[in-house]
Design a binder for this molecule. Structure first.
Ligand SMILES: [Zn+2]
Length: 465
């Protein structure tokens, strides 16, 4: 069986055939770093990290690139409001982004290119489009001549005339045609700028991805991915820019994840229901948020609510409890051989089901239901009076492997002794300062990590529970 994936370009599930055997070139549009990420940004990060992990599990060598938009209108506005420079705002939220996504179990990309660090590449790309007649300068701006690219609209399945009528396209008298979009924007008074052949300014948003893909992965890549809202105009424009320049197919497969709703409502600034990952993971285990995101097929909409997260936590605990019970039982197990094979075959059967689910357009929802089958089977096995080490090991290995593919971990990370000592010192100080709330908070935090404190006349001792 080969992996099948749904391609937005053809609107069909297709067999995945990479350009080069055993290798995958993958690009995922990254965030604009003017704020902490909200759960709408977390979904593509988790979904496409899982796609990458699964492709690696199936033996592919994946080159994964995801950009940071570190200069644009939103960043300029945020910098202005906070009285800071754009690069300082960008650095702050790039750090926060890495902190959030690593908590969510997402691996770093091979490259995380930033606009500010790739200005020459971007300017060079635009210059070549101008030279070829696909773009033109107008009062310090540069625009892409949309009608010059015959296949415009092929990703979002719209004809150029439909777009002309229906699309909300920024109208400006600097353009030859309303459909044209900006590749370079002349700097307004007081704005951050870079020098270019067209005067001081900064790149438009779409061009950065075309330039980054070309620089880091080449003219043609296997998978280009992002949120569904990026299909038009962002991805459509990326195709136009890249294919106009290279004359080659830009990406063979286009993957888009569905929307996220909050309590059955669209997440929007005006409704004030923006949920930041930063805030959720203060209250909930980030692993639970990840499991929740993967519990719905990536192309379907997902509804977020506190209650759903709570029930996901209960489900997550069921899985980890099975695993812990298996581990505890290992010591008391023997080298039974009688009906081991029956159990081993059942475990293998479940792995095959898991692979089948993931091969079918990365159906994590179904794959997770297989994990619960595995957990049920393990619990059933543990009812046996005598258990075999071999079977226990097969179960635990299976848990570990399938969890890893989904980017989940089974064991809480252990705190280092030094970290514990630091916290205990902090608690002693808090008690001296009569800040009992903080002292209790530290005690609870340690308790969560299974560290038990004992206050004795000689001082505070601790042990692992
Ligand atoms: Zn992009």
């Amino acid at each position: 069986m080969a992996i099948q994936l749904y391609n937005t370009l053809t609107r069909k599930k297709e067999k995945f055939v990479p350009l080069e055997e055993g290798k995958v070139k993958m690009y995922v549009c990254g965030p604009t770093v003017y704020n902490y990420i909200h759960i709408g940004n977390a979904r593509p990060a988790i979904v496409f990290d899982t796609v990458r992990r699964y492709l690696e599990y199936r033996g592919y060598d994946v080159q994964y690139v995801s950009n940071f938009t570190d200069v644009d209108d939103k960043l300029i506005r945020a910098a202005h409001q906070l009285g800071e420079d754009v690069p300082i705002i960008a650095n702050k939220f790039i750090d926060a982004y890495f902190e959030d996504i690593s908590a969510l179990g997402c691996k770093k990309a091979d490259f995380h290119p930033r606009v500010m660090e790739n200005m020459d590449t971007i300017i060079n790309f635009i210059r070549q489009l101008v030279d070829k007649g696909y773009a033109y300068e107008s009062e310090g701006d540069v625009y892409f001549r949309t009608r010059s690219f015959n296949e415009y609209g092929k990703l979002s399945h719209q004809s150029i005339d439909e777009l002309q009528v229906g699309a909300r396209i920024e109208v400006g008298d600097k353009k030859e045609d309303d459909l044209d979009f900006a590749l370079w924007k002349a700097a307004k008074e007081g704005e951050i700028f870079w020098e270019s052949p067209w005067g001081p300014g900064r790149p438009g948003w779409h061009i950065e991805c075309s330039a980054m893909v070309k620089k880091y992965l080449g003219d043609t890549i296997d998978i280009h991915a992002g949120g569904q809202d990026l299909t038009f105009p962002h991805h459509e424009n990326e195709i136009a820019q890249s294919e106009a320049l290279s004359g080659k197919t830009f990406a063979n497969y286009w993957m888009h994840n569905g929307y996220i709703n909050i309590d059955n409502e669209k997440m929007s600034k005006s409704l004030g229901n923006f949920v930041l990952v930063h805030d959720i993971i203060q209250k909930h285990d980030p692993q639970v948020l990840r499991l929740f995101m993967l519990s719905v097929h990536y192309r379907n909409p997902i509804n977020y609510s506190e209650e759903l997260l709570e029930s996901t936590k209960a489900a997550f605990d069921r899985l980890t409890t099975s695993y812990q019970n298996l581990k505890h039982r290992r010591e008391a197990s023997t080298n039974l051989t009688a009906d081991n094979q029956v159990w081993l075959d059942k475990i293998t059967g479940l792995r095959e089901q898991f692979i089948e689910a993931m091969d079918d357009d990365f159906n994590t929802a179904l794959a997770i239901s297989v994990l619960f089958e595995l957990s049920k089977l393990a619990n059933y096995y543990l009812l046996e009076k005598n258990t075999a080490t071999q079977v226990i090991d097969a179960f635990t290995t299976e848990f570990e492997e399938l969890f890893r593919v989904l980017g989940l971990t089974l064991e809480k990370e252990e705190m280092l002794d030094e970290e514990i000592d630091v916290l205990i010192e902090k608690r002693i100080q808090a008690r001296k300062d009569r800040n009992f709330q903080l002292a209790d908070q530290i005690r609870d935090q340690l308790k969560d990590m299974n560290i038990i404190l004992e206050d004795t006349p000689q001082g505070t001792r601790w042990k692992r529970g």
